[in-house]
Design a protein around this ligand. Structure first.
Ligand SMILES: Cc1cc2nc3c(=O)[nH]c(=O)nc-3n(C[C@H](O)[C@H](O)[C@H](O)COP(=O)(O)OP(=O)(O)OC[C@H]3O[C@@H](n4cnc5c(N)ncnc54)[C@H](O)[C@@H]3O)c2cc1C
Length: 455
C-alpha cells in the first residue's frame, strides 16, 4: 500500500485558496510524510491533473486498487468521477469510503426519505441513529498492519511544497495540523476541569480559550469526526450533570457540521446561490469601499474590527464573532453574503465550503434554518454581552487599550475630553462608525420585505 497526495496547482493558486488553509494542509502533509518515513515508506507527492497523475502512479507501482474518501463539494464530485473513469479504464479498481462526516448525506433522512432542511429534527434523528449504531473511529495505526510500500519502491516524488511556491505567504501565527497535535488538543479540551466542562457557558466568550479549536484539523483530516464523537461520549460517562450538559452542547456543534455537509450534498445549488430562491431578489449594494473597510477591520465597530483583526492575523475566528461580522456585512452593510463567504474562504485555516456557506447563509437569512431576516445582531450589545470587560477588543485593537470599559464597544460616544485622556481620538486613532445603525436597520428591513413580498 502507498499513500499519495495530488497537488492541484490551478486550485492552489486560485482565489479560492488562502494562505492559512494552504499552510494548514501542507503542515498536515508534512506530519503524514514524517509518519510514513518512520515506517520506512514515503508519501507520494504528485502534481497536475488528478486522473493522469493517479493513473500513471498506479501503473508505476503496479497498484490493483485505489482507495479514497468521499468529498461532497460539487467540483470534487466531478473530479472524483473523472479519476474513477480513468483508473477503471486502466484496469485499476476504485473504492471510496465515507470519512469526513459521521453520517452520510443519504443516511439521516425524514420518515418520507427526504433530506432535512431544519437542524433540530435533523439532530434528533442523528442522535437516534447514533444511539442505535454508533460508529467507531478506525484505528490510526491500521496502516502498520498492512504492507506499506518501501520508500525506494515509491521512487522519486516531487519536492515537498511550500505555500510560497503557490503565491501564499506563510505565517507563524496560522494554525498547523498534525494527528498527534489534534489528538492532544482534543484531550486537553476534554480533560476534567478543562474547557469542555464550561463549554456551554464559555463558548461564546472570545476572550477565553473556551472552544476546542479543532476546526483546522477536522478540515485537514488530521482528526476524524468519529474520534471526536466517541471521545465526547466516553467523557460523558460518570460525569457530573453540568459537564454532561456541556459536552452535549459540543456534540451538537459536531452535528451542525454533519448537517451542513448533507445540505451541500443534497442541495448543491447552495454553493453558488441562496438556499431560499426568493432571497435571490435582495438588492445587495455594490459598495466596494464599505467592503474593504469590513475586510480591513476599519468599520468603527470594535467587536467587528477586533474579529476581522483576529481573522486577518491568525487565520481563525471565534464562532460568535463569525456570526457578528457576517450579520454586519449582510445586514448593516447590505452587501452580498457571497462577498463575505469568499473573503472567509481565503482567510480561514478551517475554510470549508459546507460550513462556511451554511454559516453565511444562516447569518444572511438566505439559508436553511436561517436566522429570521429581522434578527440583526447589534454589534454594540453583542460586544457588551460577550466581551463585557472589553478584554478581547483591547487585545486585538491596540488603539482601544486606554478606552474606559463603559465606551469600549461604542468609542464614538466618548466625550472629547475622555478621547484625549484615553489616547484614542475618534477619526484619528480609531475610525468613526462607517454606518449609522438606525438607518441601516430600516434599509435592510425594507430590502428583505420587498424581496420576500412582505412590504
Ligand atoms: C459565517 C460563518 C462561517 C463559518 N465558516 C466555517 C468554516 O469555513 N469552517 C468551519 O469549520 N467552520 C465554520 N464555521 C463554524 C464555526 O464558526 C467553526 O467551526 C468554529 O468556530 C471552529 O472553532 P472550534 O473548532 O473551536 O469549535 P468548537 O466550538 O470546539 O466546535 C467543535 C467543532 O464543531 C464544528 N462546529 C462548531 N460550530 C459549528 C457551526 N456553527 N457550524 C458547523 N460546524 C460547527 C466544527 O467542526 C468545530 O471544529 C462558520 C460559522 C459562521 C457563522
Amino acid at each position: 500500500m502507498a499513500l499519495a497526495f495530488v497537488l492541484d496547482p490551478v486550485l492552489l493558486r486560485s482565489e479560492r485558496m488562502g494562505a492559512p488553509l494552504v499552510q494548514a494542509y501542507f503542515s498536515a502533509l508534512a506530519s503524514l510524510r514524517a509518519e510514513l518515513r518512520s515506517r520506512g515508506s514515503e508519501l507520494a507527492l504528485l502534481e497536475g491533473d488528478f486522473a493522469e497523475q493517479l493513473t500513471a502512479f498506479a501503473g508505476r507501482i503496479g497498484a490493483g486498487a485505489l482507495y479514497y474518501n468521499d468529498d461532497y463539494e460539487p467540483e470534487a464530485i466531478e473530479r472524483d468521477a473523472r479519476v474513477r473513469t480513468a483508473l477503471e479504464a486502466a484496469g485499476v479498481a476504485v473504492h471510496s469510503s465515507l470519512d469526513h462526516v459521521y453520517f452520510g448525506a443519504d443516511e439521516v433522512r425524514t420518515e418520507g426519505g427526504a433530506p432535512y432542511r431544519i437542524f433540530t429534527p435533523y439532530k434528533r434523528r442523528w442522535l437516534d441513529q447514533h444511539a442505535l449504531a454508533p460508529r467507531m473511529p478506525v484505528r490510526s495505526n491500521r496502516a502498520s498492519a498492512e504492507k506499506l510500500i518501501a520508500r525506494a519502491e515509491i521512487g522519486a516524488t516531487r519536492d515537498f511544497p511550500e505555500p510560497e511556491e503557490y503565491g501564499h505567504r506563510s505565517s507563524a501565527a496560522y494554525p498547523t495540523c498534525s494527528e498527534a497535535g489534534a489528538g492532544a488538543c482534543l484531550e486537553r479540551f476534554l480533560a476534567e476541569g478543562g474547557a469542555s466542562d464550561a463549554y456551554s457557558l464559555q463558548r461564546d466568550l472570545p476572550a477565553l480559550d473556551g472552544t476546542s479549536r479543532l476546526s483546522p484539523d477536522l478540515r485537514a483530516g488530521t482528526i476524524g469526526i468519529r474520534t471526536c464523537v466517541a471521545r465526547a461520549r466516553s467523557a460523558m460517562e460518570g460525569a457530573s450533570a453540568k459537564r454532561r450538559a456541556s459536552l452535549d452542547v459540543w456534540l451538537s456543534e459536531l452535528i451542525w457540521r454533519d448537517f451542513y455537509q448533507q445540505i451541500l450534498r443534497n442541495f448543491p445549488h447552495v454553493a453558488n446561490a441562496p438556499f431560499l430562491p426568493a432571497t435571490a431578489a435582495i438588492p445587495w449594494r455594490e459598495d466596494e469601499l464599505a467592503f474593504r473597510a469590513w475586510c480591513e477591520a476599519r468599520t468603527g465597530y470594535p467587536i467587528v474590527d477586533a474579529a476581522m483583526q483576529q481573522l486577518n492575523t491568525t487565520g481563525w475566528m471565534h464562532n460568535r464573532l463569525r456570526m457578528i461580522v457576517a450579520s454586519f456585512l449582510s445586514k448593516d452593510l447590505l452587501l452580498n453574503w457571497q462577498w463575505g463567504e469568499r473573503y472567509f474562504e481565503r482567510q480561514l485555516a478551517d475554510a470549508d465550503l459546507a460550513q462556511n456557506n451554511g454559516g453565511w447563509q444562516w447569518a444572511a437569512s438566505t439559508g436553511t434554518d436561517a436566522a429570521p431576516y429581522f434578527r440583526i445582531f447589534n454589534p454594540v450589545l453583542q460586544g457588551q454581552r460577550f466581551d463585557p470587560e472589553g478584554a478581547f477588543v483591547r487585545a486585538m485593537l491596540p488603539a482601544l487599550r486606554g478606552v474606559p470599559t463603559k465606551y469600549v464597544h461604542a468609542p464614538w460616544q466618548m466625550p472629547p475630553l475622555v478621547q484625549r485622556e484615553s489616547g484614542c481620538i475618534i477619526g484619528e486613532d480609531y475610525p468613526a462608525p462607517i454606518v449609522d445603525r438606525t438607518e441601516t436597520k430600516t434599509r435592510v428591513l425594507a430590502a428583505f420585505s420587498a424581496a420576500l413580498g412582505r412590504a
